[in-house]
Write a protein that binds this ligand. Sequence first.
Ligand SMILES: Cc1ncc(COP(=O)(O)O)c(C=O)c1O
Length: 281
Amino acid sequence: MNDQEAKIEKGIEDEAAPEHHHRQQQQSPMAASAMDGVAAAALRLVLHRVQQAAVRSGRSSDRIRVVAVSKTKSVSLIREVYDSGHRCFGENYVQEIIEKAPQLPDDIEWHFIGNLQSNKVKPLLAGVPNLAVVETVDDEKIANQLNRVVANIGRNPLKVFVQVNTSGEESKSGVDPSGCVELVKHVSLACPNLEFCGLMTIGMPDYTSTPENFKVVVPHISTLENCRSEVCKALGIAEEQCELSMGMSGDFELAVEMGSTNVRIGSTIFGAREYPKKQSN
Ligand SMILES: Cc1ncc(COP(=O)(O)O)c(C=O)c1O
């Protein structure tokens, strides 16, 4: 058993969980630990690791959001993490989020982090009124469709991230870094029902993320940070107005050290994902 597992096993009574973005952790860490299940305890350890990484890079963890990626996980497990005080969850599939969201409290801040097709935008927005963010806008067509549907259903403006393919692998979604400014301009100027929040990058196709995902272009500057500089220059906005969503279970501390403000963490909180075995006939 490694250190981390040992701490989870013990309920990590020794460490105070940091509060994070939007002050989601309301309970006293000690009180919470007595009641925590494994996932809630794992989340608190993640929050602590985020805080430590923030300190290492001279930042405050208050500004770093942890999206608990609950893809394939049951409503009861999500509820356990919710009951420990967490409010921000992420899902990849439209069908899955529209089934789960109505069974869970409506003060959850849902992030959609999967590949989104135009014909799924309406069911997504209609089925999840508390959808807070779509992190995966990667072309004008999907931006236009989100913009249209937000207006049609009359909900409040939708926060979006523009997804950038920082590794250049064809198999990955995301706009090429060279097209990033153009797409952000489109979202900001031509989509009044969308609120541009920042840039997102994803891990490897099998979702085992590695430091190479952040591809450093010049020492200490990742591709995504480079895109942010260009976007901020083009739009005349401050860097604080352009978040960076990068970092998953395998690399979130490095991502935080490299400036991430939004980490998306699944298996470290909820355990490995299990997919139903394919039928052989
Ligand atoms: C876009 C995205 N971000 C983050 C995650 C979470 O990955 P991990 O379980 O490695 O934390 C996933 C998992 O499917 C994902 O699709």
